[in-house]
Design a protein around this ligand. Structure first.
Ligand code: 13P
Length: 253
């Protein structure tokens, strides 16, 4: 079986004014320096903070990520940010297709795929989010919905060093409830099979991480699921101790 290094990514979403963001980043940088995590750690702050906190992560232990990007390199797209701009601001990862963007901005798989391709074009790693709604799970369609999103959103040339899949069931995000460990394992195994089928050998190193109400208390159990290669963390990534406990849980495995 392929050895995939675990990845813990924090998605701050639309949270953090300058002082909070600098304090949080500084606290995480100090933890990283003292504890030297062996897993990959990524922090995705709001775009307004990227240039403010990139120096906190200068040591290179914690990587910076964007939360979204436009598919084009530049041009007349008021308010948007290109993958190249994120790269230029110190990012090496970009989240694309988060369910909040799919819902708030009506982003479909084709658009997510174009954004993921832009991330690869700029030389970064795309964290492509997929996940079913509660209604889709209740109707027994979780696997087929996720499969459709993976197939539709994967960028051309996807492989382990440029693409991560984040399985984030919409109903688990910010809700405090998570799927059972067996349910998480079933979806991750299905995604792995879909990647193997679509990409053959290039799929082996692609990490599949779980997101949705991951916290300091449940991270260990979730990371013990052998099909889970890491976590995408929302709320708990805004608290230094909680986020660091999740990183420590990944390192302990
Ligand atoms: P929570 O960890 O707050 O549930 O958010 C998960 C998420 O959406 C990360 O992208």
């Amino acid at each position: 079986m392929a050895e995939r290094r675990r990845l813990i990514a924090g998605n701050w979403k639309m949270n953090g004014l300058r002082a909070e963001g600098i304090a949080l980043a500084g606290g995480l940088a100090a933890k990283a320096l003292a504890n030297k995590p062996t897993c990959d750690v990524v922090v995705c702050p709001p775009a307004t903070l990227l240039a403010k906190i990139d120096r906190a992560f200068d040591a290179g232990v914690i990587k910076l990520g964007g939360q979204d990007c436009h598919a084009d390199e530049k041009g007349a797209h008021t308010g948007d940010i290109s993958a190249e701009m994120l790269r230029d601001t110190g990012c090496s990862y970009v989240i694309v297709g988060h369910s909040e963007r799919r819902a708030d901005h009506a982003e479909g798989d084709a658009q997510v795929r174009a954004k993921a391709a832009a991330v690869l074009r700029a030389g970064m790693t795309a964290i492509v989010c997929v996940g079913e709604t509660r209604a889709e799970r209740d109707a027994g369609n979780a696997l087929s919905v996720v499969e459709g999103q993976v197939v539709g959103s994967l960028p051309p040339g996807a492989q382990g060093d440029n693409t991560v899949i984040a399985y984030e069931p919409v109903w688990a995000i910010g809700s405090g409830s998570t799927p059972t460990l067996d349910e998480i394992a079933a979806v991750h195994r299905h995604i792995r099979a879909v990647l193997d089928g679509a990409l053959k050998a290039a799929a082996t190193e692609i990490r599949i991480i779980y997101g949705g109400s991951v916290n300091a208390a449940n991270a260990g159990d979730i990371l013990d699921v052998d099909a889970v290669d890491g976590a995408l963390v929302g709320g708990a990534s805004l608290k230094i101790e909680d986020f660091w406990s999740i990183i420590a849980a990944a390192d302990a495995r």
